[in-house]
Design a protein. Structure first.
Length: 317
């Protein structure tokens, strides 16, 4: 069970157009058994005991969100996001820092992961808060799974060809949610974006430099420099909305929140997900999601059928 005393704000970047999804509307509004992905994701966050606010970053011209039942929930707030994930997360974090303060724990979750298990999220929150309470070096943590498949590195060819097999020892696949203090994450995102933009300008490139290539010391200096700018006055970064992020090199943006925080020198915990948490990236992924929902429904029906009349399933658990 998540720490009931903690006040956690969930952040859902959802300003993307979902270009890889190929639908007639943004991916986050695709239907999944009668509800949009975004509405299911908002509901999943509100189901977490310690989450008492959900901030959703939306496109400036979004006309769909207001039609969702979740939009009328007083715990749900919409803000205008940006062209990239980092910009959308930055906008939401600026709201959180103004509303709750920079020490607030922010739980950033992809709009395209509507099936995340509450128990996994609660484990993430419990373990990160417990570790941070006794170790100031712990800055947060992410839900993740160990890499199970054999990994291949390609070399430049068409079609792609194998250059080498990469050891998967010690490798994890990061998921969301990812949990960090709002102010620290805001500073890290601003610093990461500024450094990439500065490096791109100096090299004459158009921002196509991965954050991972930047020196750790430079990122730490950037985080300290940008810390003085946390005044909530505007969106001081560019980054990517949450619904459609992939690939290793992103124009002027970290690939996820942890990749920005890692460069500040804090420890980021890896919390293993115990349940399926698929990211809906293409229409075919909806088939898997529907199958998982069907299994969950069957399990609930089976649990209810096994409970004797007048006896609650809670009392038997």
């Amino acid at each position: 069970m998540a720490n009931a005393a903690a006040r956690v704000v969930a952040v859902i970047p959802a300003a993307g157009a979902g270009t890889r999804f190929g639908a007639g509307l943004p991916k986050q509004y695709a239907d999944l058994d009668g509800q949009s992905l975004l509405e299911r994701t908002v509901g999943a966050m509100l189901a977490i005991q310690s989450v008492d606010r959900v901030v959703v970053s939306l496109a400036a011209d979004d006309t769909h969100f207001a039609t969702l039942a979740a939009a009328s929930d007083p715990r749900v707030v919409g803000v205008v996001g940006g062209d990239t994930r980092a910009a959308s997360v930055t906008a939401a974090l600026e709201h959180v820092c103004r509303d709750r303060g920079p020490a607030t724990w922010a739980l950033v979750h992809d709009a395209a992961r509507p099936l995340v298990a509450a128990s996994d999220v609660e484990t993430l929150i419990d373990r990160v808060l417990a570790a941070a309470a006794i170790d100031v070096g712990v800055g947060g943590g992410v839900l993740a799974v160990r890499v199970a498949d054999t990994l291949k590195r390609e070399f430049d060819a068409e079609p792609p060809r194998i250059e080498a097999t990469v050891s998967r020892d010690g490798l994890w696949q990061a998921q969301t949610p990812q949990l960090f203090r709002a102010g620290a994450l805001l500073d890290a995102l601003r610093a990461a974006t500024a450094l990439v933009e500065d490096a791109a300008a100096a090299s004459g490139l158009d921002g196509a430099i991965p954050v991972e290539a930047l020196p750790v010391d430079a990122m730490r200096d950037g985080a300290r420099r940008d810390g003085a700018r946390r005044d909530g006055a505007g969106q001081g970064a560019t980054g990517n909305d949450g619904a459609d992020q992939g690939g290793g090199v992103v124009l002027a943006a970290p690939t996820d929140e942890a990749s920005a925080m890692e460069r500040t020198g804090v420890d980021c915990l890896l919390i293993e997900a115990r349940h399926p948490n698929p990211k809906i990236t293409r229409p075919a992924d909806l088939t898997l999601a529907r199958a998982l929902l069907a299994v969950a429904r069957e399990e609930r029906v089976g649990t209810m059928a096994s409970v004797a009349p007048g006896e609650s399933s809670v009392s038997r658990a």
